[in-house]
Design a protein around this ligand. Structure first.
Ligand code: IMP
Length: 423
């Protein structure tokens, strides 16, 4: 199969960046199909730590084209910053193509995200404040501004006026904050227009042309299944569809192409931001996992909430994404724990078909598997892993009904076991 989608099966931060980076080396195209600079990938290349939020992971390979697809929201400020960082680090990069259909994140989207969250107080979503929700809202409200609008020379004043009148009304009447100035926004566009123009194109043509020629295409998901707008823990979700089906819409791939779906699963669960988190731990084990796993948000620096792996939710995620195999990440973090918890199906009597009942925590069942007491990050073959860690992997495979084709054992590029070729 020459097309692979990499998607998160939990609440994001599963380690997709590392796995995408591993697979990107053999890819002709790496395509982001949703989200924007709310994502945070940490890539460790030699002694360099590279944090990217918007630019796809393919950027580190000179022969790969990185595509920011039509379903993404594009933040020019972050884009420019990431380009400059890559330049400063002197890493060789590939080409970038931004879809002319992607919507633009303006400073007022971030401003709005911030004041709305502040206004909501204890009911806040806990967003990354990167303007994602407000930008997608404008898209759905048909008052958004696309990359195409910016580079084509369209008179943006009436579009902006329309959008800002509504926002300024809300800012004054509801939030009582400073108004957004249209002139500032027009100047802001002028500042970024030429930069954006250099990279803009028709992404769907490139994607489908490469697909028709059997080139290797990697769709790089952001966030995770339980942050999906339709399938996540609504309303505590992001504002796009994170599941694999969105590669056909947000990525512009024709549905005639079949894909392999690699689901990324962290060996335990984490969640950043508010919302339901069945199995959340608030004890010394969660602290240990947070410290060892460096579980702090790559975009916001917030400490992540930690808990055991939830196989019941993961079964749903495997179905909803059409997962063909999983990559199990950060297994090394669990080394040296006596017992490792695994959340399984709720007790009988729970009707799992009713939305949200699978998020009830009262009826959760936890089984405990034996841990292993040696560090495993330098192991490179499955058979060399300690028996109990192999048992842990096999248990997960059995419940989920899909093989674990990659086991990731640390942040560095080389720290993984490839059990089955993905392509
Ligand atoms: P937004 O995407 O900034 O609107 O935030 C909505 C929710 O998604 C919040 O709970 C965020 O913490 C969460 N979120 C957004 N992006 C990521 C990510 O890349 N990893 C983990 N959580 C994320």
């Amino acid at each position: 199969m020459s097309i692979v989608a990499v998607v998160g099966l939990q609440w994001g931060d599963e380690g997709k960046g590392k796995i995408t980076d591993v697979l990107a080396s053999g890819s002709d195209l790496v395509v982001r199909f949703q989200g924007g600079a709310n994502a945070g990938h940490t890539l460790v290349v030699g002694d360099k730590i590279i944090r990217s939020h918007l630019i796809p992971s393919g950027i580190l390979y000179p022969k790969t084209i990185s595509v920011i697809g039509p379903g993404c929201v594009f933040d020019p400020e972050i884009f420019e910053k990431e380009l400059n960082t890559l330049k400063d680090l002197k890493v060789k990069t590939g080409k970038i193509l931004i879809s002319n259909r992607a919507h633009v994140v303006f400073p007022y989207h971030k401003y709005f995200d911030g004041i709305k969250e502040e206004y909501l107080g204890k009911n806040a979503i806990g967003t990354t404040k990167m303007g994602i929700g407000p930008c997608y809202s404008d898209k759905v409200n048909r008052i958004g501004i696309t990359i195409g609008d910016i580079v084509s020379g369209t008179d943006l004043k009436p579009l902006l006026q329309n959008s800002l009148d509504e926002k300024n009304f809300m800012i004054k009447s509801r939030y009582n904050k400073k108004q957004i100035n249209i002139k500032d926004m027009l100047n802001w566009i002028d500042k970024y227009r030429e930069l954006i123009r250099k990279f803009t194109g028709n992404a769907y043509e490139l994607v489908n042309d490469y697909a028709s020629r059997g080139k290797k295409i990697l769709f790089e998901g952001a966030q995770g299944t339980f942050l999906d707008l339709d399938w996540g823990t609504y309303p505590f979700v992001t504002s796009s569809n994170t599941v694999a089906g969105n590669i056909y819409i947000g990525g512009g791939l024709s549905p005639k192409y079949k894909v392999n779906v690699l689901g990324i699963v962290k060996a335990y669960s984490t969640r950043v931001g508010n919302g339901p988190f069945p199995g959340e731990l608030n004890d010394e084990i969660s602290e240990l996992i947070r410290d060892k796993g460096k579980e702090f948000g790559a975009t916001t620096g917030r400490p992540r909430r930690c808990g055991w792996i939830n196989l019941d939710l993961l079964k749903f995620a495997v179905l909803m994404n059409g997962v063909t195999s999983i990559a199990l990440t950060k297994l090394d973090v669990l080394s040296c724990l006596d017992k490792i918890g695994v959340i399984t199906e709720p007790k009988k009597g729970i009707n799992k078909k009713v939305p949200n009942t699978f998020l009830e925590t009262n009826d959760m069942q936890i089984e405990y598997l034996n841990g292993w007491d040696i560090s495993i990050d330098n192991i490179r073959t499955f058979k060399d892993l300690p028996k109990n860690s192999r048992e842990y992997i096999k248990y997960i495979e059995k419940v989920l009904g899909v093989p674990a084709s990659i086991i990731s054992l640390g942040a560095q590029r080389k720290k993984y076991i490839m059990r089955k070729e993905i392509w």
